[in-house]
Design a protein around this ligand. Sequence first.
Ligand code: FES
Length: 198
Amino acid sequence: MSEDDADRIDRNRRHFLTVATAVTGAAGIGAAAVPFLSSLKPSARAQALGAPVEVRISAMQPGEMVRVLWRGKLIFVLRRTEEMLARLPEAIDELRDPYSEVVEQQPEYAVNETRSVKEEFLVVEGSCTHLGCAPLEDFEVRPSEGWGGGFFCPCHGSKFDLAGRVYKGVPAPTNLRVPPHRFVKDDVILIGQDTGVA
Ligand code: FES
């Protein structure tokens, strides 16, 4: 691991602990809610058991990311800026699977240059493919570090670009997984269901 990576781990440690606590708290709430499933209305019960989740994206600004839970999994929805999209080809040679050839990591409709249905919106699981830590967003471009923005896992230093593609030479073996999803309206993404068509 380079000194830059070590520095970044230190910088992110406090943030990571906060995120880990928040996720643990959310999981605890979910577990506590399970005994009460039978008392929920059908739609709420289906949601708790893993029904698709709608994400309204109309208020999202370019460069903004939201997190949602689907089946207990953290999902990142990032609205990429034009600059972010323009940077995607730049690090191709440094990526382990730049063309999304590991088929399990995304539905077929996300096998493209941006790993997305609509290039502006990246939808990926917020789970590092090494041992499952939640990666941190790090969208700041730092040319001196060869970093064009993306996601950084503070557990063991894995790095992913702005399409969730893993860099070479890090512990994570594969790209971040793209969950099934589709646009049910221009401003609503349904996560967890695609009926085979994006
Ligand atoms: S869990 Fe992310 S690098 Fe190990």
